[in-house]
Design a protein around this ligand. Structure first.
Ligand code: FES
Length: 683
């Protein structure tokens, strides 16, 4: 770049960067000098085509330049060869071949940008900017010379130094064993995958290919949950999710929830090793099915990021989780971890693949919560945001730019449809939405697998193959909230009798009552009901969640929050209005309650695609204040008060603006006709 305004002016879009360059300067060189984001794997040799640019010609009054037709050098033989072999889109040039001849405006298309933004479908707190830890470099390596004896690795290092300004690399023995053969096969040219961690370590050689590889390189972002394991296969060049897949966590056979798995490890010598082996085997099977379905080779997976709760974290790493089962809930380490895949016996990917585990926030608040922090960024929020990741354990964060608090609350599996009489996992046939007419007390519902409501024409046909099999987590929340709104359930959580509610759908169940949603028993099908026991299970779960949130609000010294974000796959499906009628979350304007989908999975993808985000989250988690619900006496008080629907003492003024809840008490009046006191009140 020169200061000489007599030299041609090169303007890059969309960055707007500009500078003067002597005639004959390659566009790639100009881009590098200006710090313009223009990709290159071959280092300007005209073989990788990553440096494609689009020159624009004509009058640009905005930039104050006129670009003549001959502003760039002529189309050359290298470009022609590439065009013949692979085809260059019309109007494109190779940035390393086209040189500056006059003032020019150059557009860098998204696919030629290294740090491109990954397009995300759902509205999310932050975008993913590509800046992965692993990159490909093509190098020409000197041949050995008897007069100047040096090893092949030293000459590869020299080539990287001279051609890419990379000082030194470290390489595992397994790669050294292949180096000589690959160098000779590639006729002294190779592509290397180098991993540069965020900790300023020497770049690590992960893979080598003869010549210029056509292979794409991939990473896995894995959300390792207690119930399910979900993995996204991401292209490490552009962040695209090529495939998503999941399996059940086979550790379920050792215990449904986390604490029962910890007790399995306590009661059975070697139990933790069994669970470690079970989850690693499942991860290998999942990776295997992903590579097969995506039609890639295992060696192309060079990075994996895990997010998980502390117990899963320890069991994945082969660490004993028993200390996590009792106060003071000490982790072996809460630090982020980087290690090779082979250390975790992950054999279905490149053995040199680098595994990164996000840091844990505390003994009960894991790397999955850290991933949610990364995705939802409460630490950058102007207003006070409550982020709730609903699962078997709810992980709750409350904060804004100045302070973030976190805790975990044992909600149990009721929100996932477990421990509910007609409960089931979210699968075709499960009731996921329900409405109850407050006048007739008649339900209408929708099941997973069909968009039709049960009272719409064609419903029976639409569900013919799946049937109506049960209620999933989002369905049970809606059912309980609808029952409350329709006057079938009082604020203490008692289901009224047929006499009290005026509907034969209130059926006796021992000494209590149940609400009958669907009865297919005549045809040998199920009777789908919400029983008093179900209501109790939901009350326990929602009280734990609310009490956790309330505890954080106490600690923060506030009585209300500005907005609420529901994270987790489950959070994506629940109706915010119903969640608030139930009193799962503190009162807030309904339009300020949003769902973030699988935020932990998004956080894993961010950490996979952007190495700087790893540094960022490691710093952020240190600043989060952890609140331990298990030893906090106030928690019990909040829990008891939160048992009522929506709440015994806290007002819900925002909810009252949109919903009027009948004020009922089914515990009096002895169940006679019209029994039960009935008043109407707001909220
Ligand atoms: Fe590889 Fe231009 S940099 S083709």
């Amino acid at each position: 770049m020169t200061d000489q305004s007599s030299d041609p002016l090169v303007i890059f879009t969309p960055s707007g960067k500009r500078g003067h360059f002597p005639t004959g300067t390659p566009i790639l060189t100009a881009a590098r000098q200006l710090g313009v984001d223009l990709d290159s794997v071959c280092g300007g040799r005209g073989i990788c085509s990553k440096c494609q640019i689009t020159p624009s010609y004509g009058e640009f009054s905005k930039h104050g330049v006129t670009v003549r037709d001959d502003a760039l050098s002529d189309w050359n033989a290298v470009e022609q060869r590439y065009d013949d072999k692979r085809g260059l889109p019309k109007g494109r040039r190779l940035g390393c071949q086209a040189t500056v001849q006059g003032d020019v405006v150059i557009d860098v298309p998204p696919e030629s940008q290294v740090h491109r933004q990954v397009v995300r479908k759902a509205a999310a707190a932050r975008d993913i900017i590509m800046d992965p830890a692993t990159h490909l470099y093509f190098v020409e390596v000197d041949q050995p010379d008897m007069h100047e004896p040096t090893g092949d690795l030293e000459r590869l290092e020299r080539a990287l130094r001279e051609q890419w300004q990379i000082d030194a690399i470290s390489a595992d023995l397994s790669l050294l064993a292949r180096l000589q053969e690959v160098l000779r096969k590639g006729n002294w040219t190779v592509t290397v995958a180098l991993h540069q961690s965020h900790r300023d370590e020497t770049p690590r050689l992960l893979e080598i290919w003869p010549g210029l590889t056509e292979d794409r390189i991939y990473g896995l972002a894995i959300d390792l949950g207690s119930t399910t394991i979900a993995a996204h296969l991401c292209d490490l060049r552009n962040g695209e999710v090529k495939l998503s897949s999941g399996v059940m966590n086979p550790q379920i056979r050792f215990g449904e929830d986390l604490m029962s798995r910890v007790s399995y490890a306590m009661m059975n010598p070697g139990g933790e090793a069994e669970m470690t082996q079970a989850v690693r085997t499942a991860l290998n099977a999942l990776t295997d099915s992903i590579t097969t379905e995506a039609e890639i080779r295992p060696n192309q997976i060079l990075e994996t990021v895990f997010v998980c709760n502390p117990v899963m974290h320890h069991l994945l790493l082969g660490l004993n989780p028993v200390e996590l089962g009792q106060a003071p809930f000490a982790l072996v380490t809460s630090e982020a971890m980087s290690l090779p895949a082979r250390d975790l016996d992950l054999t279905a990917m490149n053995p040199n693949a680098q595994v990164y585990l996000l840091p844990c926030i505390a003994g009960h608040v894991g790397a999955d919560a850290a991933a949610v922090t990364l995705a939802e960024a409460p630490d950058k929020s102007e207003d006070l945001v409550l982020v709730v990741d609903v699962g078997t354990n709810a992980e709750i964060q409350l904060g804004n730019k100045s302070r973030v608090l976190a805790c975990s609350s044992p909600t149990g599996p009721a929100f996932e449809g477990a421990q509910i009489s007609s409960g089931q996992r979210a699968a075709p046939g499960a009731i996921e939405r329900i409405e109850i007419n407050p006048e007739t007390k008649e339900p209408r519902f929708r099941v997973i697998g069909s968009d039709l409501w049960s009272d719409e024409e064609g419903f029976d046909l639409a569900i013919a193959t799946t049937g109506i099999t049960g209620i999933c987590g989002s369905g049970i929340i809606e059912a309980v909230a609808e029952m409350r709104m329709a006057g079938l359930l009082d604020s203490r959580g008692l289901i009224g009798s047929a006499e009290q509610t005026g509907t034969p759908r209130s059926v006796p169940e021992g000494r209590t009552h149940a609400y009958l949603i669907h009865d297919a028993s005549a045809e040998g099908g199920p009777k789908i009901m919400v029983t008093q026991g179900d209501i109790r299970a939901i009350q326990l779960a929602k009280s734990a969640l609310y009490a956790g949130a309330r505890l954080l609000m106490d600690e923060m010294g506030v009585d209300k929050v500005d907005r609420v974000v529901l994270a987790g796959a489950f959070g994506a499906h629940i109706s915010t209005k119903h969640a608030m009628v139930l009193g799962m979350i503190p009162d807030a304007p309904l339009d300020k309650v949003t769902s973030a989908g699988n935020a932990a999975g998004t956080g894993a993808r961010i950490a996979l695609c952007n190495v700087g985000a790893r540094r960022e989250i490691e710093t952020t988690v240190r600043k989060i204040t952890k609140v331990e619900t298990a030893i906090e006496p106030k928690f019990q008080e909040h829990f008891v008060n939160a048992n009522a629907i929506p709440h015994a003492t806290d007002p819900f003024p925002e909810l009252a603006k949109v919903v009027t809840l009948p004020d009922l008490d089914f515990n009096t009046g002895g169940g006679g006709a019209g029994g039960g006191r009935r008043r109407r009140r707001r909220g």
